[in-house]
Design a protein. Structure first.
Length: 505
């Protein structure tokens, strides 16, 4: 690409480097208005939108950038990554091959191409691509990439030897070392790595922090507005029976939502949607459509009158328009999944747009969720995942709000405990499919044999047979979790979860 760098594009790149996606998006769009045929602008918007999980829009911008300037190996690789995250791995292969032809031996291209094959379980091909990378890069860089493959094979000690010999680890690598320590029973070292790794990631993201006060105030306003008296006045959209319908899989990050989506999407009538951003876009859209000076959710009071009754149908249609762009409403299926974390915050809006939608709620021991969220690089939850105390704050606030919704809303939902599912997978699968009015299919119990990549940290787990290794994981870290357990007691009691630390040796 030879275009000069527009000042707004420069600002967008700086914001993206700081992980400020909102600022990057605004600056990139300013550049787009000034230079709508600038391939650099479209390529950057593709990255920003993909990072924001708006994958279909990101794909469009990558393709537009390649129309304007076809010989871009990095844009081809980014398009391939986007397609993988959409579950279209077969298409991604050809774009990696084209990128490699343009830039033979490029470490980033080879690394991501290798990752594709690792995700698909083809570890031999993944190793071959890393071997090529080793010929043109430092051995340390390639060895660090190989760590994940060794860990997936269960070769934890070999993977750990590489990480421990590295002179310095970034935040993500330190989290990975902590997970390996945990597998080897070195729990104190694991916790230390997770805390330090998350601190590094927060700094790499521009010093992001969880804004507890603002979030508590926002949740309080939702709780105050969405009471039964107000909810009953809100309009509800009519069902669109001519296209596949969404199944909303609610649950915290790392609670088992990916596992349940993989089970359901193995059924012949269900398509996997993944983490869709569509519901989370509704509050902003409501402000634009109602043109009320009051902020959300108070502006929904305008929908109590005749001039605002259209809002429910518009939310429904906007959702289906976005789903269509992702290929989710194509004929051949009855249902598609939406497992975006924290969709439950907007449950009253889901009731407006889809009053008869199937809702599946996954619950898992909240202390196990805390351990898993701390040990992985997660972006959901208003930056709560960088520290254990803010993870607990977000879980506590979410439980309070969703418990309020359960009292005020008339929503039929299927409650599934993660622990029950791993203990009795066939029984729970049959119950779940019965709730969805679908016949049982044996393929739902063989989900680990599918070659679909779910774009979450759970991808390697759902490629395995069901196991209970993650049940009661918190017990090994009770020393660090005990100070926070009392804050989660309402959740523990509601889920009939006990607290039992690991016995001392």
């Amino acid at each position: 690409m030879t275009e000069p760098v527009h000042p707004a594009l420069h600002r967008a790149r700086e914001a993206l480097a700081q992980r400020d996606l909102a600022a990057a998006y605004q600056a990139a769009h300013s550049a787009l208005r000034a230079e709508p045929r600038n391939a650099q602008v479209h390529a950057l918007l593709g990255i920003v939108l993909s990072e924001s999980n708006d994958l279909s829009s990101g794909e469009w911008h990558f393709r537009r950038a390649l129309e304007l300037a076809p010989l871009q190996h990095q844009c081809l690789a980014n398009l391939a990554i986007n397609l993988i995250r959409q579950g279209r791995a077969e298409e991604a292969e050809s774009y990696f091959a084209r990128a490699d032809a343009l830039a033979p031996g490029n470490l980033q291209v080879l690394a991501q191409w290798s990752k594709l094959h690792e995700l698909q379980g083809d570890l031999q091909r993944a190793d071959e691509l890393l071997a090529r990378a080793a010929n043109i890069s430092s051995p340390q860089d390639v060895e660090l990439l190989r760590v994940g493959y060794l860990a997936r094979r269960g070769q934890y000690r070999e993977a750990l030897a590489i990480l421990e010999s590295a002179p310095d680890l970034n935040g993500g690598a330190q989290l990975q070392r902590g997970r390996i320590y945990d597998q080897l029973g070195r729990h104190g070292e694991a916790w230390r790595d997770w805390v330090e790794g998350k601190a590094k990631l927060a700094m790499q993201a521009g010093g992001v922090a969880y804004q507890a006060g603002a979030i508590e105030a926002s949740f309080a306003r939702l709780e105050q507005f969405f009471i039964r008296e107000n909810i009953d006045l809100l309009p509800q959209a009519a069902a669109r029976r001519d296209i596949p319908q969404p199944v909303f899989i609610l649950g915290l990050p790392r609670s088992g939502t990916t596992l349940i989506e993989q089970v359901l999407s193995s059924h012949s009538a269900v398509r996997a949607g993944g983490e869709l951003t569509f519901v989370g876009e509704w509050p902003k859209l409501i402000g634009q459509l109602l043109a009320d000076p009051a902020p959300f959710p108070e502006n929904l009071a305008r929908a109590w009158g005749g001039e605002g009754r259209h809002i429910a149908s518009m939310l429904r249609d906007r959702y289906f328009t976005r789903a269509e762009a992702r290929g989710l409403v194509e004929p051949g299926k009855l249902l598609f999944t939406d497992k975006m974390p924290f969709n439950e915050l907007w449950l009253p809006l889901v009731r407006m747009a889809f009053p008869h939608a199937k809702i599946v709620r996954i619950v898992r021991h909240p202390l196990d969720v805390c351990v898993s969220m701390l040990s992985h690089d997660l972006t959901h939850g208003f930056n709560c995942g960088y520290r254990i105390d803010t993870i607990v704050q977000q879980l506590r606030a979410t439980f309070r709000l969703t418990d309020h919704y359960r009292r005020e809303l008339d929503c039929s939902e299927f409650l599934l405990r993660y622990e029950d599912f791993v203990r009795e997978p066939e029984l729970q699968t049959r119950r779940l499919l019965q709730f969805l009015e679908l016949p049982f299919e044996p393929a739902c119990l063989a989900f680990h044999e599918r070659r679909r990549y779910p774009a979450t940290p759970s991808y390697s787990q759902v490629a395995e047979r069901i196991n209970d290794r993650s049940v009661d994981r918190y017990r090994s870290h009770w020393e660090h979790l005990q100070p926070f357990a009392s804050q989660l007691m309402p959740w523990l009691a509601a889920g009939d979860y006990g607290v039992e630390p690991m016995p001392r040796a």
